[in-house]
Design a protein around this ligand. Sequence first.
Ligand SMILES: [Ca+2]
Length: 194
Amino acid sequence: MKITYTIIIALIGVAFTAAAEDTSALTLVETGGVIGTDDNLARTQGVVIAWDDASETYPIHTITHLNDGKDGDNYSWLGASRPPSSIAPSQFAGVAFKSPVTVGGIAWGRDNQDKLNDRCLGTYTVQYTTAATPGKDTPDTEWKTVGAITYDEATKTPHLRHRYRLSEPVTATAIRLLVPSETCIDEIEIYPNH
Ligand SMILES: [Ca+2]
């Protein structure tokens, strides 16, 4: 009987280990830092796509700021103030490509100039699609989730740029972030590796 208990406890330990590994789809590898250039696919090959609801009210926060290579509030995109559940397809900010690319890393921030720390708390879900011509109207059903990151009151410097590594690279025609209400993003970067 003692041996049986030992085996059961060992199996429970394996199960907990496996579950912990399964949640690491996105691994934080850098906080702050600088926007990538040569290997940043969002800059070299990408075209930004985003829910464009706030730019009419706040023209300075146009979606083209998402990959202009500049950080800070003056070079950021501002999302809608309505609840994400009221928007279909989902409110998002992302980058599309003319042909499929391999994506192994992603970075984004709210104000990497470290001046404003509002408009950044909530859950960001990283998704990709293989749709031929991805855009604002690509149905949610054609997007697959890679993982999600949540910033809350306990998160240290949630407004700075954070770069994450995907546990498994994906082949995609577009990458997007489902974003919280009123979120602000100063830059999205996409990398083949990292
Ligand atoms: Ca920018």
